[in-house]
Design a protein around this ligand. Structure first.
Ligand code: SF4
Ligand code: SF4
Length: 654
């Protein structure tokens, strides 16, 4: 509808100006009113030198990093990259701001394509932008320019008017936005002046340029328009080439680094499983020990601050979040300080050992940063130099002592059971035993033939997260030997940390059992009608997704399915649930009691604000932290905090 109307208007204008014959040959002369291409050639040369020097410097710096632990999955990663780039989803959240980023990216893509087409015409001497192509070209370029300006206005509004705390708003952030806006505006101005000077009969096909021409037409005579056109043309060329030339030296570099970072990302489970004993899995002690992916991330980070938003360490008041780490690392890389130690220089020591590896930062990061992996690598580096805090060392000592007792454990489980229960760390978390007892009761009622394992060692997950790889592997060796006779048997655990470690990290060490979380196993029994959940008292319940079950393993449905089958329970879905679940602060082997305490308080408060009378979870550590928070808050209307097995067991089971 719009295009035929425009075409008709063009015809009328062309008739009035006596140019109907040229309508179908709509075109314009390349370098009109400029003549020589010398200025363009000089700008092209300077830009090419800047791009070559800038990109080669960045790429050389990235390649100084270690290769990393994983490889392969090229087609999957390419697909993920194409999805991210084409839809922009995940990069930006929130309808308006997603629209903002799309306007800028797609608009720039069209403008860049238009510029390349003009360059081809000019350098190859072919004239393919004429007639209908020319008219469509003018229209599309104008619309693309408007889209970019709308996107930029929203970006500036967000960063400098709304000013969310998490966003950086320095010169590095405003400069590319302003430069791009000036390129687009000068382009429109240039078009407007040309339309005035040539009395362009096809002007309506460039509606924005036409509007500028109408504004400029009153004070300008043709001679003035020609002079002004030459002046603006030179300014527009300088601005456009500056934008290009500064790409490797400014925040615009993220246009290359973000896609690279997205392409180089592997799921956390695969990263952790990939042998840390290889050279590529050594700890990161200095800047030179960082992986290539981490170095790319320093340039890909757009300082959006989303990693801060739910980080228990940052919210706990420590000056740390992945954004801060990457910024410091980038400064060191730019200064060539490859031998600077990471702990203390890019991350404060207290923060290093407080990170719960909850991965909420990774989940939110638009450039798919592998932040959890980076933290573990630095912890490994500290371990390799015996630089661990006393509390962590004490934890390792306790683990070592338990290994010494392993000789008292049975050497192998009894075979022949349908399912084996992995007991988890009963000593460090008594809640584990309580949950285990409930699971045992449920299995008995369901008539399952089960046995409780007596493994010689802890699964080793916490010591691995704390960076003590040799100690982890000693735990693994004992447990893999113990599990050897249970080939393909089903092992059920109540702990998401054991579930993650045994399921994702043991197979490379030779374990050959099927690991299930108890919510998964129980929901299977319920689906087979072996377990019939009954009634609970009328309760509004919220399910809290444990990080190592949800974000690490994508398990969000089993516990919900079970809870929905309990009559009387009405399950509410919280704002911060599933991938966006808040961390309780206790994972990742962390011993930062204060960070965990604050995180537990925050989590409890947010859940209660959503009207929950009961909080159900699937992790003994989340349960323990939440219960401690509830005791501290000592509310008049206490909230019940239970494991999914407990609520099932409490409900009447026929
Ligand atoms: S993994 Fe969790 S605690 Fe660690 S930096 Fe990321 S958000 Fe913060
Ligand atoms: S690390 Fe990721 S989430 Fe954090 S500021 Fe950088 S781009 Fe944003």
């Amino acid at each position: 509808m719009v295009l035929p109307a425009l075409f008709e208007k063009t015809r009328v204008v062309a008739e009035k100006t006596g140019k109907v014959a040229y309508l179908m040959e709509a075109s314009r002369q390349v370098l009109w009113n400029i003549g020589s291409s010398r200025f363009l050639d000089i700008c092209t040369f300077v830009t090419a030198v800047s791009l070559a020097a800038g990109f080669s410097g960045r790429i050389r710096a990235w390649l100084r990093g270690r290769k990393g632990t994983a490889a392969g999955q090229v087609s999957e990663r390419l697909r993920a990259l194409l999805r991210a780039v084409s839809s922009q989803k995940g990069m930006i959240r929130g309808g308006m701001y997603l629209g903002m980023h799309r306007c800028i990216v797609y608009g720039m893509l069209f403008l860049f394509t238009g510029t390349v087409m003009l360059a081809i015409e000019m350098h190859l001497g072919v004239n393919f932008i004429h007639g209908a192509v020319y008219l469509a070209f003018g229209l599309i370029v104008d619309l693309a320019g408007i889209a970019v300006l709308i996107g930029l206005s929203l970006a500036i509004y967000k960063r400098y008017v709304v000013r969310p705390d998490r966003l950086e708003s320095g010169l590095r952030d405003i400069f590319p936005l302003m430069l791009l806006a000036m390129v687009v505006l000068s382009g429109f101005l240039l078009k407007g002046v040309r339309i005035v000077a040539t009395a362009d009969p096809w002007a309506v096909w460039s509606p924005v340029g036409h509007a500028f021409a109408l504004l400029l037409g009153v004070p300008l005579d043709q001679h003035g328009a020609l002079r002004l056109h030459r002046f603006i043309w030179h300014g527009h060329v300088v601005l456009s080439f500056s934008l290009l030339a500064l790409a490797p030296w400014s925040k615009l570099l993220h246009m290359l680094a973000v896609p690279l970072s997205i392409f180089s990302r592997f799921p956390i489970t695969m990263r952790m499983a990939a042998g840390f004993s290889e050279d590529s899995g050594r700890g990161a002690w200095t800047v030179a020990d960082c992986t290539r992916k981490q170095l790319v991330e320093t340039d890909a980070c757009v300082e959006c601050g989303r990693c801060k938003k739910l980080c228990p360490v940052f919210l706990g008041g420590m000056p740390f979040a992945p954004m801060i780490l990457l910024k410091r690392l980038r400064n060191l890389v730019r200064k060539g300080r490859w031998t600077s130690p990471l702990a203390g220089q890019v991350i404060d020591e207290a923060a290093l050992w407080s990170c719960s590896l909850c991965l909420s930062c990774e989940e939110r990061c638009p450039m798919n940063g592998e932040h959890g992996f980076g933290i573990v690598a630095i912890r490994r580096g500290e371990n390799e130099r015996n630089r661990v805090p006393a509390m962590i060392a004490a934890r390792f000592d306790r683990n070592l002592a338990s290994l010494a007792d392993a000789s008292n454990c049975p050497t192998a489980p009894h075979p022949g059971f349908d399912v084996y229960l992995w007991p988890g760390c009963k000593e460090s978390n008594p809640d584990q035993s309580e949950i285990l007892r409930n699971v045992q009761q449920l299995l008995k009622k369901a008539g399952v033939n089960f046995s409780v394992l007596e493994p010689p060692a802890c699964c080793g997950g916490p010591v691995r997260r704390l960076g003590n790889e040799p100690l982890f592997q000693r735990n693994v060796a004992l447990n893999v030997g113990y599990l050897e006779k249970l080939k393909n048997a089903t092992v059920v655990t109540c702990c998401p940390h054991c579930f993650n470690t045994l399921g994702n990290e043991y197979p490379v060490f030779g374990a050959n059992v099927k690991i299930m979380h108890h919510a998964q196993y129980l929901s299977g029994l319920a689906a087979d009608k072996m377990l019939l959940p009954g009634k609970s008292s009328a309760l509004k319940a919220a399910y809290h997704d444990p990080c190592f079950l949800g974000r690490y393993n994508g398990e969000y449905t089993s516990a919900r399915a079970l809870l929905e089958s309990v009559a009387g329970l009405s399950l509410i879905e919280m704002k911060h649930s599933r991938q966006k679940s808040l961390c309780c602060g206790s994972g990742g082997g962390t011993v930062a009691a204060e960070t965990a305490r604050q995180a537990g308080q925050r989590l409890l408060t947010r859940i209660c604000e959503e009207g929950a009378e009961a909080i159900i979870t699937g992790c003994p550590y989340c349960r323990e932290i939440l219960r401690a928070a509830a005791m501290e808050q000592a509310s008049e209307k206490p909230v019940a905090i239970l494991d999914v097995a407990e609520i099932l067991h409490r409900a009447e089971i026929p």
